[in-house]
Each structure stands twice: as structure tokens, then as C-alpha cells.
Write a protein that binds this ligand. Structure first.
Ligand code: ADP
Ligand code: LRH
Length: 498
């Protein structure tokens, strides 16, 4: 039988890409080709930060056009995955109301406390099992209700970003399950929108569509788009549309019990479980339970991730000190080890105007000396991330009662080999790095499962394992990293480690 080609759009906070996957079922091999990559710059207007959603839609069209130009006339389906929590609101006649807010917009500063006063923190966790992050959709909606209630009054339909872009492509409105779980409005036990919660917060319940499971066919390109692009219609599948759900689907683990780190703008570290873990300990440690593909639960924690480096780079670029990621990593390699530590998850790093100064401020406030050079700052970030990974990995083990022999890392961050090595050393176990296009691959394999080419998730993971390299990192300098971990924990406790 001839190979099957499908198209994945993976939209990250740092870039978007269109990737064609080819599955040769007989050989048990997948190959991928990146056919289009585009930036995804948020835009600040007045006081608020928005996604440039129509530009993203334009880029999706460019990706589809590109399949034609490259001679892929046999695309069997396409799917989108993207970051969590953000959404658009449609009017009665199906038009987008306003520009979707970016989750780093400051409208949600201090909103959590107000919501807790109405709902109660424990109750909210018991219902949703979601970690408290100030930008969860629930807090965004509460902020909009406060500041800009007309927007909600005019809204008829709530669609998460991938739901929205898929709606633009197909004309059909559906809510996809994995991404719906990130709103903190879906009940973790019933898997339905929690109407009691919505009513308490005065959010109209009829905005929300019943979630469809990942791997559902949900329409095809509209005739209009086919005409505009001069392409044949393509079926559209709702995959694990939360990019982290897709990333976890791509982890090339051969056993059921494994720990993963999805490493990109964010670092998402945790494991797959059969059921949500809603214990007091999970609440105290602010772990999240997000819906995975095919009935899995993702027990994990958000760690601030390479955002810290992206923001330093953006600042230095603006100041005329332009450097690539690999140049920054080289500088970090040359800097002295274990000089400065931060808790990467301190709120102060969520969206500051000047990240390098913010890191210096953290060091000052926690009675440390301050990193000065680019190399010192990047080294401080990378070591602190690796140490935070240890902290979260050990807590994951305590929550599940299991131990993990090593850590799978997927995503663009594995191109930072220094970080992979630091991670192996900090956790004192092997790191297995790959694939680099984790989310896109998870997106592709779920399409193939939906189309009937791959039997299930386990087979999909095996296929990925057989098709892409995985690089092993062995821990080094155990004593040095152990001492560093102790200092890191001490320093972070001064800022109340998140
Ligand atoms: P997103 O979550 O936005 O989709 P990616 O998974 O694409 O992010 O990862 C992007 C990150 O990978 C960048 O922010 C950068 O830190 C890191 N990265 C990419 N290329 C390199 C490189 N050559 N060397 C070091 N780090 C890199
Ligand atoms: C990673 C991610 C993560 C969310 C964040 C908003 O891209 O989807 O899982 O918490 O973006």
C-alpha cells in the first residue's frame, strides 16, 4: 500500500509550523517534512496583549498552499494543535468578537484571589483538578466579566484557539476535549462543563459546546477556502489540540509508566496516569490534571521553561546585542557553574518588561550576588531549570508512588544540549531526548489513528521510537549537582518556591 500523507499545524508561542507526515505502514516508518514555519508574535495594543489571530489563519492558508506547491496532492487529513487556555468569542452570526487575549496579558493579575472568594480554592481544585495559573481561561473570563462585560454579553460561542482556527477552516464549531480541560471550567470527574461553577462566576453556560474526544473528524475545508487556494477539500480532524497533549502522545516510551518533559516555551514535566490525582498533596503542590488523548490523564506541572531565555534574547536583540540560541548556550557553557539560582516559576518572571534585570532583581532579593554577563544569566537560567526539573520529578514520583528510571524530553528545547546534559546531571538519571517536533508528531499520529492506519497510542509510540533518533544523556558530577540542589532549594525558599 502507498504511504499515507497528513498535514499537522503546530502553533507554539514562539513559532508556528506546518509539517507533512508520511506513514509507510509496511516499513513501520514515519518521515516528516517541515513545509512552512512562521513567527507568532503577540501584539500589544493600548494596555492589552493579543494574539494576531488573523495572521495565524493566513499562515495556515499558506501552509495548505505550500502542500500543493510541493506536490503533496494526496493529503488525507489535517489537524491543528496549539497552546492552551486562550480563546475567541463568536457573535450570534458567527463572527469573531475582538482579538483573543494573550495569556500573558496583565488583565488576570490578582484575579485568582477574587475568584477564590466566590468559589473557594479547594472546591475549585476538587472539581477541576487543574493547577492554579493566573491565566487559566476561568480567570481570563472572570477578568473580562469585570472589565469588559459587554464582550461576554454579546458572545454566543466560546472557542479555544485551535477550535477557532478550525472553525475558520471548516465553518463548523466544535470544542475539543484536551484543550477544554485547560480552561479550569471542565469537571475532571464528569468531563463536562461544570455548570454550577459557571453560574457562580456569572459566566453564561450556553457559550460552551460539548467537547468532542480527540481523534474525531470534525468537518473539512470549506468550499470557499478550496476555491481561494485552488485545492481539493481536505478532511479536518480534532487531534489532541492542546499542544502538550500532542507532545505527550509523541513520547517514544515503550512502557506504560514513564516521566516526560515537554520542553519548549514552557517546560511541562510529569507523567501519564489513568485517573486524575486530586489529593490534598496534589493541591498543595499545585499539580495539574489535564486531559490526554485516548482516555489518559496528564499529571504534570508547568515550569516557566525556555521563555526565560527567549525573553532575555529578545531584550538583548533589542539592545543591539543580537545572538542566536546556540551562541547564548555557548556563552553559558563558558560561565562559572553554580553561582546564581532563581526559582524559574516565581510570578515575577511571567511577563516582565526586562527579563535580564528581573533575574538580577530576584538574585538581589534572595541575598545572592547578581549575574552580570549574558553567559552568567543564561547559565543561571539553565541550571535553575534543570534543578527545578528534579524538584518536580521527585514530587511527581511521590504523588504516583512510582519511580522513573529516566526522563523523556521532547520538543524544540532538546536542541539545547547543555540543558539536556544539566537535566540528566541534576536528576541523577538518564535523559532520553527526542523527538524534537513532539507536538507535531503527536498531532500526526492521532490523525493516523483516526484514519485507521495505526491501531492505538501504544503502536503510535513504537512507530515514533522506530522512526526518529533518541539521544541519551548520562548524569555527570553527582556531588556538584547535589550541593547545587541544596543551595537552589534554600534560595528558592526565600522567595517561597512555587
Ligand atoms: P514552542 O513551545 O514555542 O513551540 P519549541 O518547542 O519550538 O517552542 O522550542 C523553541 C525553543 O527551543 C526556543 O525558545 C529555544 O530556547 C530552543 N532552541 C531552538 N533552537 C535552539 C538551538 N539551536 N540551540 C539551543 N536552543 C534552541
Ligand atoms: C504549552 C502550553 C502549556 C500551557 C501554556 C499556556 O505550549 O500549551 O501546556 O500551560 O502553553
Amino acid at each position: 500500500s502507498k504511504p499515507s500523507s497528513v498535514l499537522a499545524f503546530d502553533l507554539g508561542a514562539s513559532s508556528g509550523r506546518a509539517i507533512v507526515g508520511r506513514l509507510d505502514s509496511e516499513a513501520g516508518q514515519v518521515t516528516i517534512e517541515e513545509i512552512h514555519r512562521f513567527s507568532n508574535d503577540p501584539v500589544k495594543v493600548g494596555d492589552h496583549l493579543h494574539w494576531d489571530i488573523l495572521r495565524l489563519f493566513h499562515e495556515l492558508k499558506q501552509g495548505i498552499l505550500q502542500t500543493k506547491h510541493l506536490g503533496y496532492t494526496d493529503i488525507e487529513s489535517l489537524a491543528i494543535d496549539s497552546w492552551a487556555v486562550d480563546f475567541g468569542l463568536l457573535s450570534k452570526n458567527g463572527e469573531l468578537l475582538g482579538n483573543p487575549y494573550h495569556y500573558r496579558d496583565h488583565q488576570t493579575d490578582h484575579v485568582m484571589e477574587k475568584v477564590f472568594a466566590t468559589v473557594g480554592r479547594e472546591k475549585l481544585y476538587a472539581k477541576t483538578g487543574l493547577q492554579f495559573l493566573q491565566f487559566n481561561s476561568i480567570f481570563q473570563l472572570a477578568a473580562i466579566n469585570d472589565r469588559n462585560p459587554e464582550l461576554l454579553e454579546r458572545a454566543e460561542t466560546f472557542l479555544m484557539i485551535p477550535d477557532l482556527l478550525r472553525y475558520f477552516l471548516t465553518g463548523e464549531k466544535h470544542s475539543e476535549f484536551t484543550n477544554a480541560t485547560t480552561t479550569q471550567l471542565l469537571n475532571a470527574t464528569t468531563k463536562a462543563w461544570d455548570t454550577e461553577l459557571l453560574e457562580q462566576l456569572e459566566i453564561p453556560t450556553d457559550l460552551f459546546l460539548n467537547p468532542v474526544p480527540s481523534g474525531t473528524r470534525v468537518g473539512s475545508l470549506t468550499e470557499d477556502i478550496c476555491q481561494e487556494l485552488d485545492v481539493a477539500s481536505i478532511p479536518v480532524i480534532a487531534v489532541g489540540e492542546h499542544d502538550t497533549a500532542s507532545a505527550v502522545a509523541s513520547v517514544p516510551a515503550l512502557d506504560d509508566d514513564f516521566a516526560f518533559l515537554s520542553c519548549g516555551t514552557w517546560s511541562l514535566l510529569g507523567t501519564e496516569t489513568l485517573e486524575p490525582v486530586l489529593t490534598e498533596q496534589a493541591l498543595a503542590w499545585n499539580f495539574t490534571n489535564e486531559g490526554g488523548v485516548y482516555g489518559t490523564n496528564r499529571l504534570l506541572k508547568n515550569i516557566m521553561g525556555l521563555w526565560l531565555i527567549q525573553e532575555c534574547k529578545r531584550t538583548w536583540d533589542k539592545e543591539g546585542k543580537k545572538m542566536s540560541f546556540s551562541e547564548l548556550v555557548q556563552l553559558a557553557q563558558q560561565a562559572k557553574p553554580f553561582e546564581f539560582f532563581i526559582d524559574p516559576d516565581d510570578d515575577m518572571f511571567l511577563n516582565p518588561p526586562h527579563m535580564p534585570k528581573q533575574i538580577q532583581q530576584y538574585c538581589r532579593e534572595t541575598q545572592q550576588a547578581q549575574p552580570q554577563t549574558e553567559g552568567e544569566i543564561v547559565r543561571c537560567i539553565l541550571e535553575s531549570l534543570a534543578l527545578k526539573y528534579r524538584f518536580v520529578l521527585e514530587r511527581t514520583e511521590q504523588l504516583t508512588g512510582k519511580t522513573y528510571a529516566g526522563l523523556h524530553i521532547v520538543g524544540g528545547g532538546i536542541q539545547n544540549e547543555l540543558l539536556c546534559q544539566f537535566t540528566a546531571s541534576a536528576i541523577g538519571r538518564e535523559v532520553w531526548a527526542g523527538p524534537v517536533e513532539g507536538s507535531a508528531l503527536g498531532n500526526l499520529v492521532v490523525q493516523w489513528i483516526a484514519l485507521g492506519y495505526i491501531a492505538n497510542l501504544r503502536e503510535a509510540r513504537k512507530l515514533i521510537r522506530n522512526s526518529f533518533p533518541v539521544k541519551t544523556y548520562i548524569p555527570e558530577d553527582g556531588a556538584g549537582w547535589q550541593a547545587a540542589y541544596e543551595t537552589f532549594c534554600q534560595v528558592a525558599s526565600r522567595s517561597r518556591m512555587k
